[in-house]
Design a protein around this ligand. Structure first.
Ligand SMILES: [Fe+2]
Length: 270
């Protein structure tokens, strides 16, 4: 092979492989919707939660290349599953609160049996606007920020964003009845290490996007602060579980690679 042909091949590989990867990540994988089904084995003291079916969705970043068709498919998927509770784990927007309107045009069609609950992400808090809560509430989403809601056999709790807000973990848990297991939504997953309360059965988080761009074998190339210890999936510590979703949207670049958008369906088992 002569020198100029070798140079041409090297140059083609240098520019062509990343370009093809970006084309695939933005044109194909970003439009996929993975439905992740997981069973969460409960500890005996949390048996009151057995049988619940929960959908987890988050990190919409709807002003950053959001696609209403993808959200619509996610909502239809959740409704077809016969879900009890939906948790939206924050970052509805990146920086433009106006994007909450078109997002909620889709989210308002969620039909879980017991309710849809949302928490704030760091981006929602950095660009806080009363519009966000108002539009989410009108769409049927109860926003829990350092707040709990009691059900007959369990409690649902949402914490404010650790990075962008002012979470009050001790006070919030202190105000909940003793003896009832807790389902918690908290945007940043690494906050899982803050807990010692034995009532906590399951924390649901997002924030990491699963890395958004992953490399074969290596996994996520970049992870955000408060999302480095628990980047994706199901974890257990003592009697509590943590589930971290990859989320559904994209941030900064309109592409996902080896890390497709996700709706998670969690079945709680006694
Ligand atoms: Fe986030």
């Amino acid at each position: 092979m002569n020198l100029s042909r070798r140079k041409w091949l090297l140059r083609s590989a240098f520019y062509g492989i990343p370009a093809a990867g970006f084309g695939y990540g933005s044109g194909i994988e970003k439009q996929w919707l993975d439905v992740t089904r997981l069973e969460v084995p409960l500890s005996p003291e949390h048996a009151a939660l057995a049988g619940l079916k929960i959908a987890v969705m988050g990190d919409f970043h709807h002003d950053d290349f959001g696609d209403p068709r993808l959200i619509r498919r996610a909502v239809e998927t959740i409704n077809a599953e016969g879900i009890d509770l939906v948790f939206l784990v924050g970052d509805y927007i990146s920086d433009d609160p106006a994007a909450i309107e078109p997002l909620c045009e889709e989210l308002q069609n969620l039909r879980p049996r017991l309710g849809t609950f949302g928490v704030w992400g760091n981006h929602d808090r950095w660009h806080a606007s009363h519009v966000l809560e108002q539009v989410l509430t009108n769409a049927g989403v109860r926003v829990l920020s350092n707040l709990g809601q009691e059900f007959p056999d369990f409690c649902v709790v949402g914490m404010d964003s650790h990075w962008g807000g002012v979470p009050r973990l001790k006070e919030t848990f202190h105000n909940l009845p003793p003896g009832k297991p807790i389902l918690l939504a908290w945007h940043e997953p690494d906050t899982f290490d803050f807990h010692t309360d034995p009532r906590l059965a399951l924390q649901m988080s997002g924030h990491t996007h699963g890395g958004q761009i992953c490399a074969p074998v290596v996994g996520p190339l970049l992870l955000p602060e408060y999302g480095r210890k628990y980047p994706y999936g199901l974890y257990r510590k003592d009697t509590a579980h943590l589930f971290v979703t990859r989320g559904i949207g994209t941030l900064t670049i309109p592409a996902r690679f080896l890390c497709a958008p996700e709706v998670a369906i969690l079945s709680l088992k006694g």
